[in-house]
Design a protein around this ligand. Structure first.
Ligand SMILES: Cc1cc2nc3c(=O)[nH]c(=O)nc-3n(C[C@H](O)[C@H](O)[C@H](O)COP(=O)(O)OP(=O)(O)OC[C@H]3O[C@@H](n4cnc5c(N)ncnc54)[C@H](O)[C@@H]3O)c2cc1C
Length: 440
């Protein structure tokens, strides 16, 4: 993929690079790497059609009938009337793992199991997933069930669905797609405007996402693990069966094919701090990929944390998804049990706290800075305390400067020095906020 040569200030870009807009752009847009390590649309020629924005998950002015996840769920998830304000439409809530796939997967291996089942049951002819190519990762079509573990593991590097609809046009058959919430929403919007795609893409696997990271995140991890040259075949989730689920490692090969590995604890909290995160994520209210047939995340729950091999939290939202899970349990393929829905919410409590809790304040701040914010369902807005507002301000500073400093230095030691003060302030403010909240 080309680098965008255009001068730009992409640090506040409200785009995660799903690339679905390209399929509506009549050849006027293509996806390119921007200077802050995200993939975003680039205007290559001609007049961009007015309809292009209608499939954007961060559209500030969507059509009112389909303006948010609540409305889209009513259109696309018809198998259930169960609704929870945080979980969305659902049939069942579960936790556990696939006996065959957990070991080679990111958490419980449920995503790989679902894709294997969809191919085996001939629900789809291929799956469209993120897979290795030339040492990095891209969305690709895949249909070999016998090699299914090749598609396992989640990759925290930007990828794009730019080519999905072009490839579907050429494919004589159906496909299932994996995606984080904004990518799934973009596909639903595309299906709304092109109903024939509902049949072509009968199943969506939602990957619960706590934030979309820039390519800089991977560059920083590779250098921190000791790689001085280019990196390849990076693995973001090397499990330690002797330790806890969150104590995983990052590893990658350098140009000489030597493998370098480092526990993620060495670089500290990469998620709660907002480091290398897309600005768009701060306006996403879909914590649990509410529009997918099935949503999958890590079981960040006290009773599962100690299991270093990992477990998945699972929310089924269509009959097919629910049947695959229930039959998998009955056949003994899955060690999965029903869990109260409150546990699913608890497993993503930090994400809810930041994404929903701080949202109203972030919207106000963005508007004050003249940033045009995406359309947001107001029901998620919450009032927050002054200490949490300060955490929000500092988190945004940390996010923004992590991108600017890496762009300038491309050196882990210098980056750590430059970020040191802001991270220290963020930690102090967060501690103060937690203390005051506990006292209340
Ligand atoms: C950017 C990102 C942020 C995440 N944040 C959280 C979080 O905050 N909380 C949480 O509980 N879980 C989060 N996850 C999900 C978690 O890491 C696991 O991926 C998820 O639980 C699925 O595990 P699994 O073992 O079932 O998947 P596996 O069986 O390992 O399969 C993973 C599947 O996802 C596909 N895939 C890989 N990378 C991507 C990608 N970038 N986009 C779309 N599909 C992909 C693979 O091709 C594969 O089919 C995040 C994942 C990503 C990519």
């Amino acid at each position: 993929m080309k680098e965008n040569s255009k001068k730009e200030n992409a640090v506040n870009n409200l785009c995660t690079g799903c690339g679905v807009c390209v399929s509506e752009s009549n050849g006027t847009l293509e996806m390119r790497w921007n200077k802050f390590g995200f993939i975003s649309p680039y205007h290559v020629k001609g007049d961009i059609p007015n309809t292009t924005m209608r499939v954007c998950p961060f559209n500030p002015k969507p059509e009112l009938d389909i303006s948010d996840e609540d409305k889209l769920a009513k259109i696309f998830l018809k198998d259930t009337d169960n609704r929870d304000e945080k979980i969305g439409s659902y049939l069942g809530t579960f936790v556990g793992y696939s006996r065959e796939h957990r070991i080679t997967s990111s958490s419980g291996g449920i995503a790989t199991y679902i894709f294997a089942q969809l191919l085996e049951r001939k629900v789809v002819d291929a799956v469209y997933v993120v897979k290795e190519v030339n040492g990095t990762y891209e969305y690709q079509m895949f249909s070999k069930k016998e090699d299914i573990t090749n598609i396992s593991k989640t990759r925290y590097i930007p990828v794009t669905l730019e080519k999905l609809f072009e490839r579907i046009d050429k494919l004589d058959g159906k496909i299932a797609v994996s995606g984080v919430a904004c990518f799934i929403k973009a596909i639903r919007l595309k299906q709304y405007y092109h109903p024939e795609l509902r049949n072509k893409i009968p199943f969506l696997v939602g990957i619960i996402c706590g934030g979309w990271k820039s390519r800089f995140f991977t560059e920083f991890l590779a250098q921190s693990s000791g790689i001085q040259t280019k990196y390849k075949n990076q693995d973001y989730r090397i499990k330690d069966p002797k330790s806890s689920a969150s104590d995983y490692a990052f590893g990658a090969y350098d140009e000489k094919d030597d493998f370098f590995q480092m526990k993620m604890s060495k670089v500290g909290d990469m998620w709660g701090t907002g480091l290398f995160k897309s600005k768009a994520c701060d306006f996403c209210t879909d914590v649990l990929t509410e529009l997918a047939d099935i949503s999958l995340g890590d079981a960040w729950l006290p009773q599962y944390r100690s299991d270093g091999l990992g477990n998945s939290v699972i929310v089924t939202r269509s009959n097919l998804a629910n049947n695959i899970i229930m039959e998998g349990i009955a056949k003994g393929d899955l060690r999965v049990s029903l869990i109260d829905k409150s546990q699913i919410i608890l497993s993503q409590s930090s994400s809810f706290s930041h994404r929903w809790g701080g949202l109203k304040f972030r919207v106000r701040m963005a508007r004050l800075s003249g940033i045009k914010v995406p359309y947001i369902r107001k029901r998620v807005f919450e009032k927050i305390s002054l200490p949490y507002m300060m955490v929000q301000i500092q988190r945004e500073r940390t996010r923004k400067y992590s991108l600017i400093y890496w762009y300038k230095t491309k050196n882990a030691d210098n980056f750590n020095k430059l970020m040191h003060f802001d991270l220290k302030v963020l930690r102090a403010l967060t501690r103060m906020y937690h203390k005051l909240r506990k006292r209340k």
